[in-house]
Design a protein around this ligand. Structure first.
Ligand code: 3PG
Length: 217
């Protein structure tokens, strides 16, 4: 399955971007998000716990879609695949990352925010792109503009997206999913308030339904 098929098949097109500081949080956090109606998670490799968190989540919830994020080298790609990641996301792209993606066949979402970066990814056969950092790179208006010359591209924007502005992105037909850390606020994580995380996920899923019905998607 390629990245576009995987992302478009998600019942909920919102992907929490997760930073795990304590490995023990991995399973209860994923349980809270999944019970709140979230379909897929991106576990960043910004902390050393990232790989083990992916493995723990996949062991606890084998059917959940658990991706690795902040993957910036072929070594990190390899370790993400070994940890059981269902997809791999990078804030950018490189020859090494594309080579790793070809070797491992786990869906890859490279990052791109400019025309040249989009062309580079398209040349390698990748048309589903992370648009990061979304808000400071022009937001939904920039994605709409890029869709003119690149109608074949689908974007997964992240960076500065919240419950209050995600509708601007979800309204675009070129957006297949949105992501962000607003579903895992640092204070709730630190206090292990999983019920509150679950409630935040529920509110987000509810908002997605509202956006879809407003736009008759
Ligand atoms: C990412 O890696 O996608 C971003 O760090 C998420 O950005 P946010 O924290 O602004 O949601």
């Amino acid at each position: 399955m390629d990245a576009r098929a995987l992302l478009e098949a998600l019942p909920c097109p919102v992907i929490p971007v997760v930073v795990i500081d304590r490995l023990d949080d991995a399973v209860p956090l994923s349980e809270a998000l999944l019970s709140g109606g979230i379909s897929a998670l991106e576990i960043t490799l910004r902390t050393p716990e990232g790989y083990a968190a992916i493995s723990a989540m996949k062991s606890a919830f084998p059917d959940a879609v658990i991706g690795a994020g902040t993957v910036c080298s072929s070594d990190a790609y390899q370790r993400s695949v070994d940890a059981g990641a269902d997809f791999v996301v990078s804030p950018g792209a490189s020859e090494q990352l594309f080579a790793a993606a070809e070797r491992h066949k786990v869906p890859f979402v490279p990052g791109a925010v400019t025309g040249s970066e989009a062309i580079y990814a398209l040349e390698q056969g990748y048309s589903t792109l992370k648009f990061f950092p979304a808000e400071t790179s022009g937001g939904a208006a920039a994605i709409r503009a890029l869709s003119g010359p690149f109608p074949q591209v689908r974007f997964m924007p992240t960076g500065g997206i919240t419950l209050d502005n995600m509708d601007r992105y979800l309204n675009l037909s070129s957006v297949c999913a949105v992501g962000g850390s607003w579903l895992t606020p640092a204070d709730l994580m630190a206090a292990q308030r999983w019920e509150d995380v679950c409630e935040l996920a529920r509110r987000t899923v509810q908002r997605v339904h509202e956006v879809n019905s407003e736009t008759n998607k």
